[in-house]
Design a protein around this ligand. Structure first.
Ligand SMILES: Nc1nc2c(ncn2[C@@H]2O[C@H](COP(=O)(O)OP(=O)(O)O)[C@@H](O)[C@H]2O)c(=O)[nH]1
Ligand SMILES: [Mg+2]
Length: 327
């Protein structure tokens, strides 16, 4: 058993390159323990310069393979990279970790590359809440590039992908793949499109489909480029990295980057407020005076909406009471 350790000690150990300590910090954030607040605040006070890149697409599109090829490109430029692989379908010790280790095999001995799978312990919403915090920790640790790999199906996953400074959407050759991406809401969040597995027939046609869709959509100043890649041999990875860099420069110069980052912080704050209130309301519902309210709902005496408003009012009153007491 690992002994409990002060998160601030772990933080300074991790900062000086101790990967084991870094791993434990991430686990604390995932678990959402009390310590995670300390870690968040330490990371927030130690801003780095990370470029946050999201890589998303359907399962099996080749995201992990492509990520490994992209990591190789960054290593050639002597940039340090952290990869956060998010796989809600496989809880801890599941296939995700093993699979990513295998595919990231080229980088296993590289101390400037850190790969970690984030698994959902609770609900998916919990993961959405912890990803920005883990990403910020990676930034505080001084990584030049942080890549978040996420499956682009479902609202929460798309939300996670949209957290990045630059979002790369991966599709495969084949009729309708671009249409599927569009349906999944990936079209709106893409800064760059990749047709991976372009060693297979139909890659150029798929690229053309995407261009046609882009022609029909309302674009702002940035038109997402479409790259063709072969993840397994790394073809096209250098061009993809060039486009990623171009997008970063564009976003930076146009002010979009800082606007996007501010919005992200605001949304994160809103989510935190909601979950904090939810937690307090929930513990309040164990309270005897509120319990009778629950019973009234069950008996049909009061409707759930009205009861909910009463519970929130009670939370507010309680908080006001505590605030006054502490003054
Ligand atoms: N033919 C071909 N296969 C690929 C390519 N990229 C990945 N694959 C294969 O596609 C499968 C799924 O890849 P993986 O990276 O795990 O996809 P992910 O689920 O999106 O992360 C694996 O068997 C890869 O070897 C490619 O460019 N061409
Ligand atoms: Mg993968």
């Amino acid at each position: 058993m690992l002994k409990e350790k002060d998160p601030s000690i772990l933080f300074s150990e991790a900062s000086s390159g101790d990967r084991r300590s870094l791993g434990r910090l991430i686990t604390m954030i995932e678990d959402g323990d009390k310590e995670s607040q300390v870690i968040s605040s330490l990371a927030f006070k130690t801003p780095g310069h990370s470029h946050l890149i999201g890589i998303t697409g359907a399962p099996g599109a080749g995201k992990s393979t492509l990520t490994s090829a992209v990591v190789s490109q960054y290593r050639r430029a002597f940039k340090s990279v952290a990869v956060l692989a998010i796989d809600p379908s496989s809880p801890f010790s599941g296939g995700a970790i093993l699979g990513d280790r295998v595919r990231m095999g080229d980088h296993v001995l590289d101390t400037e590359v850190y790969v970690r799978s984030l698994a959902t312990r609770g609900e998916l919403g919990g993961l959405a809440a912890c990803v920005p915090e883990v990403a910020r920790l990676m930034d505080a640790m001084g990584f030049d590039v942080v890549i978040i790999e996420t499956v682009g199906v479902g609202q929460v996953e798309v939300e996670i992908a949209a957290l990045a400074d630059t979002t790369v959407v991966v599709v495969n050759p084949g009729w309708g793949d671009a249409v599927q991406a569009n349906k999944a809401g990936l079209m709106e969040i893409a800064d760059i499109f990749v047709v991976n597995k372009s060693d297979r027939p139909g890659a150029k046609e798929t690229a053309r489909d995407i261009e046609a869709m882009l022609d029909m959509s309302n674009l702002n100043a940035w038109r997402p480029p479409v790259c063709l890649t072969v993840g397994i041999d790394g073809s096209g990875a250098a061009e993809l990295c060039e486009k990623i860099q171009k997008h970063l420069e564009f976003a930076d110069e146009s002010g979009l980057l800082s606007k996007h980052r501010s919005n992200r912080l605001k949304e994160e704050l809103e989510r935190k407020v909601a979950s904090e209130l939810f937690g307090r309301a929930k513990s309040m519902m164990e309270n005897t005076s509120v319990k009778s309210l629950v019973e009234s709902v069950i008996k049909g005496e009061i409707d759930p909406h009205e009861a909910a408003v009463k519970v929130v009012d009670l939370v507010m009153v309680e908080e006001g009471f505590h605030a006054q007491k502490s003054h």
